[in-house]
Ligand binder design. Sequence first.
Ligand code: UDX
Length: 437
Amino acid sequence: MQISVIGCGYLGAVHAACMAKLGHDVVGIDVDERKIADLAAGKAPFFEPGLEELLLEVQATGRLTFTTDMSAAQGSTVHFVCVGTPQKKGENAADMTYVDAATQALLPYLSAGDVVVGKSTVPVGTAARLAELVLQQEPKAHLAWNPEFLREGHAVKDTLTPDRFVYGVHEGSEDHAAVAALDEVYSTPLGMGTRRLVADYATAELVKAAANSFLATKISFINAMAEVCEAAGADVTVLADAIGLDDRIGRKFLNAGIGFGGGCLPKDIRAFMARAGELGADQALTFLREVDAINMRRRTRTVELTRELCGGVLMGQRITVLGAAFKPDSDDVRDSPALSIAAQLQLQGAVVTVTDPESLGNAARRFPELNYEANTEEALRNADAVLLLTEWKEYRHLDPHETRDLVGNARILDGRNALDPQKWRAAGWTYRGVGRP
Ligand code: UDX
């Protein structure tokens, strides 16, 4: 199929490459000339495992091109809208500027039979509104909403073999032309047994908001348990293992730590609350305010734990922060709890050095006042306290003996419960985890 992908960020660049991998002819379109130049040269504009290899592989077939010219969408039958919906400045609601602008820019190039497919995470009601615009422009074109559930760090696999597809179409009709078009787009994964559900627009939009809210709630639940464990002298990691063995609960997403961040969960639960408020259903989602509050409390709590670890004073303490990205295998620092903690420590007088395998460039652009050191050993040298805040594999595998020889004071706060406390204590470290004695 001829496919256009509008917006080539964390979502669109991966989607475009994966659609080409599935055998389609794809053009990726973005207003950012630098991003497009990178992608056209087979270079991923951000760190995502496997993406660069995939870009080179599919570009060699000639099935994937990139441009800043929206007219290149003409001739495609399926147009995926993959632009961002960040949080509005000073408000909880989602900023719809990019979705609206991308759709408007695409309209003149639509032909009869084309399907515009929204993948961005949007407030419920957006698809119905955009469907009107599409129909006004081209009465024989269609709009579908096909939310994306990919995780950064696993984006290629999640796109090629997702857990499920959700198609939101007018009135949720299985016979809708957009359903047939999307079935053709995804014929390979569907052939491998991936489930697909057809829903009306509002349900499809809400599936995404509900899924992210559930994940955020699960993380805040275990972080709330960590608070109680700390007060009671219990161990949240054992508690999570034990409750996770109940199939109805499950162990995934029950890792207590410094909380969730990134470009999705934090802003999506806030946008969901804001939209529910507009719809008069705000009471239904007041619990998400608590989910958000528990999550933000992890950051202040980590600063306090660090102060305790440093003997009650942060002023002048040399603190090494391992990890700046919001999660491992990503260079994304949007709303990263690790960086936000590093910045707070610095504000309180600590001398903070941050290291990360992939995200130092992004981190320095966001928080230029922090010190950055790419080399882990150098970052650790003479530290008064070490904070493991993003659980990259190389930090999980640090040797406590070798690390002790580098630092000034062998004190570590394991903000992700990623290390073996016994091993670190046996090597002479003062070890603090999250929600464990
Ligand atoms: C999330 C959803 O998982 C994905 O389905 C959606 O499409 C986009 O938002 P992502 O933001 O890539 O994906 O990251 P995810 O793996 O969900 O992690 C989110 C945050 O939660 C990270 O900061 C991570 O460190 C944290 N987390 C995750 C925990 O603190 N504990 C856990 O047990 C799991």
